[in-house]
Design a protein around this ligand. Structure first.
Ligand code: GLU
Length: 472
């Protein structure tokens, strides 16, 4: 634990780390080195807003340099503070390790309410922040690569890219200085939905694991499972979409202003459009209003997906949660006290640092694309198609049978960028789920899946330090 009274979130992450470290055999020095934030950069800079000068407070924390570049999003929110950015940077290290993304963890944040500024002002703030990062070598394709997070998106990433490239003319890999960019600016197809899709792949793998479903008395598979999603931002929206498309029933969606409930299922796109038009999620046709939004977390369901901010489920409300599985799409939505309550209640918590790793996984694919300067599929798509057409026509002439036009298309088509990204993400999430479950199984004394995930992460980061030769 740190002695600092304000490092609550970072301390919670450290506490989870310590809980897991007991199941490993690493030297205490290595463990301590892994836990600490390697570099912390806090900055203040002035920005002219209207006719006043505003002093903006911002951060970038590089939690671990055991692999470089460092990687992690940048959030814009009034809740941003050093403790939060440190904790989220640490989670990034463990997250990357679990899904075998070869980066150290980082996180950035600007303490603003983005809704209070014009687009022009936001651009000025983002560009100035990027300048500050450049000045201290806290950004670059080989040093530290930001990405979207709460309150930021493709637009902000293009401003960062443009600021960086204008300051570093001729740097051949400059496109890789930030990920989550629009496709026209070197982004990769599939990045936007990646976190939500990763959440779906991860939970689907859990639901397909017979042993776990038997233990929980649930039917295997995602189909027919009742899902509640808290937060209809990028992550929540896409998680809801993929669950619905996968045959689950999204019975409730919660936002700040309230929540809506319909046992027959909600369509996230219709809800999104309704909210855009009406300015509120409430009064959605056919659904029941829940005026006090947090109550939605306490409704009967199979899978609860908190996809907004940290600490939404805590000692106070955890005892009333009725879900069987809680999938942490957000970072840190459960406090350690909530974890303890759920262990006692037999609720399976699928932890954030692995479940929401889809975003950084596809960021990794984007970074690789930027460094290779070629779109996925460009070199091999046509070759694969020609080869498949030849194989199919040989089979047809040998058997005397013809496949339907629909099947012909499916069999012959070569992979596009989106196919490669989706399959890479699916493989990553399934692989990570199995690895964590294996680690859990081999240490039955590990109390929960979060601890099992930390054990996997600690072992990987510690191995990497040990093999660097830093520690004998
Ligand atoms: N902000 C996302 C996260 O917390 C994505 C980070 C990234 O793509 O680098 O995982």
């Amino acid at each position: 634990m740190s002695a600092h009274p304000e490092y609550k979130f970072f301390d919670a992450v450290s506490a989870s780390f310590d809980k897991a470290a007991r199941f490993t055999h690493w030297d205490p020095g290595i463990l301590e080195q892994i836990k600490q934030c390697n570099s912390v950069y806090r900055m203040h800079f002035p920005v002219k807003v209207g006719d006043k000068v505003e002093v903006i407070k911002a951060y970038r924390v590089q939690h671990s340099h055991h692999k470089t570049p460092c990687k992690g999003g940048i959030r814009f929110a009034t809740a941003v503070n050093l403790d939060e950015v440190m904790a989220l940077a640490a989670l990034m290290t463990y997250k990357c390790a679990i899904v075998n993304v070869p980066f150290g963890g980082a996180k950035g944040g600007i303490n603003i309410d983005p809704k209070k500024y014009t687009i022009y002002e936001l651009e000025k703030i983002t560009r100035r922040y990027t300048h500050e990062l450049i000045k201290k070598n806290f950004i670059g394709p080989g040093t530290d690569v930001p990405a979207p997070d709460y309150g930021t998106g493709e637009r902000e990433m293009s401003w960062i890219l443009d600021t960086y490239t204008s300051m570093k003319p001729g740097e051949v890999d400059a496109l890789g200085c930030v990920t989550g960019k629009p496709v026209s600016q070197g982004g990769v197809r599939g990045r936007r939905e990646a976190t939500g899709l990763g959440v779906f792949y991860g939970i689907r793998e859990i639901c397909n694991t017979q042993e776990i479903m038997d233990r929980m008395g649930l039917k295997p598979g995602v189909e027919g499972k009742r899902v509640i999603v808290q937060g209809l931002g990028n992550v929540g929206y896409h998680a809801a979409k993929f669950f619905r498309e996968g045959g689950a029933i999204v019975t409730a969606i919660a936002e700040f202003e309230g929540a809506i409930y319909n046992p027959d299922g909600l369509n996230e796109e219709e809800v999104f459009q309704h909210r855009k038009k009406e300015g509120t999620i409430l009064n959605f046709p056919g659904a029941t209003n829940i005026l006090h939004s947090p109550e939605a977390l306490e409704l009967e369901c199979d899978i609860l997906i908190p996809a907004a901010l940290e600490n939404v489920i805590n000692a106070e409300n955890a005892p009333r949660v009725k879900a069987r599985i809680v999938g942490e799409a957000a970072n840190g939505p459960l406090t350690p006290e909530a974890d303890d309550v759920f262990i006692k209640k037999g609720i399976l918590v699928v932890p954030d640092m692995y479940l929401n790793a889809g975003g950084v996984t596809v960021s990794y694919f984007e970074w690789l694309k930027n460094l290779s300067h070629v779109r996925y599929g460009r070199m091999e798509k046509r070759f694969t198609e020609n080869q498949n057409i030849t194989i199919l026509s040989q089979l047809e002439s040998l058997t005397g049978k013809q496949v339907s036009n629909r099947d012909r298309r499916l069999i012959t088509q070569g992979a596009d960028e989106i196919d490669i990204v989706y399959s890479g993400l699916e493989e990553t999430m399934i692989g990570a789920t199995r690895e964590i479950l294996e680690s859990w199984k081999s240490h039955p004394e590990i109390p929960d899946m979060r601890t099992a995930a930390y054990v996997v992460a600690i072992n990987k980061v510690a191995t990497s330090y040990a093999e660097l030769g830093i520690f004998p």
